[in-house]
Design a protein around this ligand. Structure first.
Ligand code: NIG
Ligand code: FE
Length: 430
């Protein structure tokens, strides 16, 4: 039975207390919403067979043990006992800002003393406070920072990460930021999606003429990022104090013209009407704290995912959180991500995000898990490869010390991820 194209080795994960396949009961391939967000496809005494970086078989340990790859003699099998563990698809962290040089400790202290995020930004802190460090840093230094963040994420069960630029805020420093993401991604076994977020805030040198900065983004940065394949997406911080709807439209139109995908930070601090952005078919609209009821109704009929980032609300010390129940109960496809960044969300832990989503946003643990895996993959248009344990998909797997899926959102402030597989590469926690 051993043929030339048969792999010479395989990994066999056995006896998982609960294997969360995240398989769709309906067979649909779009983003999940409503009752589908409560289906985890749980198999008790579950097993996964991995070879060549792909998932080969999924089922109970007894079922998968009969697979021909395990009975064909020349194949070397690494068996890993997962009893006492919950095994699930690796988290898809679909919104992070890892290209920065230093934590923002002054902002942190000022907020503790009572200043708001917007007040700090207006006084030259906030995003602009990260600019100098990124412009001054070498590509190697930035790439090392990004790689460190990716490794930390993998230790917490994340196997796919969307990484944004956005603290360089001029042509050279934004391209350097994207190159740092590329460098780091080559050294990390998981999967990285790069996003150009030059439209994060207007840098000080263009404060008198923001239109000139928008022109540079549209005419220089986006064409270059597309030509050099440095980014798959363009993002814009569409908000009071950042970019207007009209400026955002120009930036996203340029993205579409250059065949790049589109996503946006919206309604984090204030309500904006989202209809003008919908014509660009964003893969995801992120934050959504102040989304209007009209826009919720529109989104419930679209494939655009609403990516909620409650760790930012937690870290800013806000009392309100993104309106997850309003979105879920209206049938919007919801994802969860860390928003890893130095200003509003310095955490690599998707488990922490699950905790906040359940305790402060009243998402059920099952809904939060779908949002952090399969719908996160949808927010990056990667659900054909990521986000569920289906034969043929990438072997992206997280193994947690837990007997029940609800424990993933229950324990907080500790890391219970035992190990991860990133496209089949095993990474055990240090
Ligand atoms: O998603 N809102 C804009 N961007 C980030 C914050 C970035 C920063 O403060 O450094 C966010 O929360
Ligand atoms: Fe963000």
């Amino acid at each position: 039975m051993h043929s030339d194209n048969q792999p010479s080795s395989a990994t066999f994960l056995t006896h998982a207390a609960q294997l969360l396949t995240l398989r769709s009961a309906s067979g649909e391939t779009g983003s999940r919403r409503g009752a589908e967000m409560r289906e985890l496809g749980i198999i008790e005494d579950g097993a996964v067979l991995i070879a060549g970086g792909k998932i080969v078989a999924v089922g109970t340990t007894d079922e998968v043990a009969k697979h021909e790859l395990l009975t064909a003699k020349p194949v070397h099998i690494d068996e890993i006992d997962c009893s006492g563990n919950v095994v699930l698809p690796g988290f898809v962290d679909s919104h992070t800002h890892p290209v920065f040089a230093a934590p923002r400790l002054i902002d942190f202290e000022q907020r503790i003393a009572g200043a708001t995020y917007e007040e700090i930004a207006e006084a030259g802190g906030g995003i602009r406070a990260s600019l100098r460090g990124v412009r001054d840093a070498s590509l190697e230094t930035l790439a090392a920072h990004v790689l460190h963040a990716l490794d930390e994420m993998a230790e917490h069960g994340t196997t796919t990460v969307e990484c944004k630029s956005g603290y360089g805020l001029n042509f050279a420093a934004e391209m350097k930021s994207l190159e740092a993401i590329r460098e780091a991604s080559h050294q990390w076994p998981g999967y990285v999606v790069a996003t150009l977020l030059a439209a994060h805030v207007v840098p000080p040198e263009h404060r008198e003429n923001p239109e000139e900065y928008v022109r540079i983004i549209c005419e220089d940065m986006i064409p270059t990022a597309a030509k050099l394949k440095l980014a798959a997406y363009v993002d814009v911080f569409c908000e009071r104090g950042a970019f207007s709807i009209e400026q955002s439209q120009r930036i996203l139109r340029s993205a579409v013209d250059h065949n790049l995908g589109v996503r946006a930070h919206v309604c984090q601090l204030t309500t904006a009407q989202l209809a003008p952005l919908m014509e660009f078919h964003p893969a995801s609209l992120d934050h959504m704290d102040f989304v209007s009821d009209e826009d919720v109704a529109v989104l419930s009929k679209l494939d655009t995912v609403a990516t909620l980032l409650p760790a930012a609300n937690y870290f800013l010390g806000l009392e309100s959180f993104p309106p997850a129940r309003r979105l879920l109960d209206s049938g919007v496809a919801v994802a969860l991500a860390t928003d890893y960044n130095p200003g509003t969300s310095p955490t690599a832990s998707m488990a922490f995000v699950l905790s906040v989503a359940c305790t402060h946003m009243k998402m059920s643990p099952a809904e939060a898990l779908v949002a952090a895996t399969y719908n996160g993959a949808c927010a990056l248009h990667l659900q054909g490869r990521k986000g569920s344990l289906d034969p043929g998909k990438d072997a992206d797997i997280a193994i947690f010390e837990a007997m029940d899926f609800r424990e993933l959102a229950y324990w907080f402030g500790v890391n219970r991820c035992r190990e991860t597989f990133l496209i089949g590469i095993r990474q055990i926690r240090r």
